[in-house]
Write a protein that binds this ligand. Sequence first.
Ligand code: NAD
Length: 360
Amino acid sequence: MDRIVSLPGDGIGPEVTAQARRVLDAVCSHHGLEIEWAEGLIGGSSIDAHGTPLQDEVIELCRGSRGVLLGAVGGPKWDALSVDVRPEKGLLGIRKALGLFANLRPAAVIPALADASALRPEVVRGIDLLVVRELTGGIYFGEPKGRGEEGGVRRGWNTMVYDETEVARITRVAFEQARLRRNHVTHVHKANVLDVSQLWMDVVEEVAKDFADVTLSHQLVDSCAMLLVRDPGRFDVLVTGNLFGDILSDQAAEITGSLGMLPSASLATGGFGLFEPVHGSAPDIAGKDQANPLAAILSGAMLLETSLDCPAGAADVRAAVSATLEAGFRTGDLLLEGEDRPVVGCRRMGDEVLARLGAK
Ligand code: NAD
């Protein structure tokens, strides 16, 4: 029996995770996987109940599980609190406590939603890429860092530093993901300027030798940014450090044009991970059954593939989501300007996905 922890969080978090749980239950039962759920509080809901955004007990609960499905945290109710006890602190705390070093952000355009992108439909059609970003190292954490003054001139500095073990483990994640997809990895770097990128080059090449079935190319980060807009369909898996990954994953996400559709995963070693939609707690629509649950449902597909080792189940979920959209079902956020079709709520969208899994 595999335990999965659900941390619904705040705002629309409980609504969307409820639908993702229904879908995961159905797929697991279909594929003969036995899972049990445990639930915990995080973010504002934990502050309300326990005075802290993340309790040690919740971290322990997650540590004893195969994976964690998270909704979203935050909302105006807690905005006035000091930074140390804000809901976001719970999210940062759990990522750190669980050693989540690999951030996976897929950007796929479902044909039925190709018109939602700011790019021309013929450019976005067929996009199905994954940004694998190193999450715990690089310039966001490197020392020395600081601000100071020298001779009356103010200065600020940070250090982009990686050691070879950090580079090798994120590169392995990228190659393993490529094997689940189209077997191509693009390493994104700035080796023409940065010494740290030259280390990445060497280590990525070394790791690639263990993955003869996966092809590798290297792309300068500046030209990668251009190609993501001009010809995004050429990419399969992109692997890169924390800073470049932060920027490129948002750029890739925006290409799809649908915030309510974007899943993500943050992985530790051994396939354990935390899976969550990219969107926030959407307080403006919370509790109204208006949220789009598909990003949470697609995060569940990533959990199936990565933590439960069930790629077939993940493929079923993705196919059911596509079929639901092809059939014309839309939550309010997916409606295009001037589009005239009926809108369904969060639960109904979950029903329709379940129906296409053969499990209403
Ligand atoms: P948001 O993503 O919550 O909402 C932005 C807009 O998109 C809103 O209009 C919202 O209604 C809409 N939206 C988002 N997800 C949707 C969905 N699934 N279905 C339909 N519409 C959806 O971002 P925000 O408004 O900047 O932040 C709101 C709160 O969420 C803040 O407290 C912020 O700190 C928090 N937040 C949390 C996370 C997280 O938990 N990972 C991420 C981003 C923001």
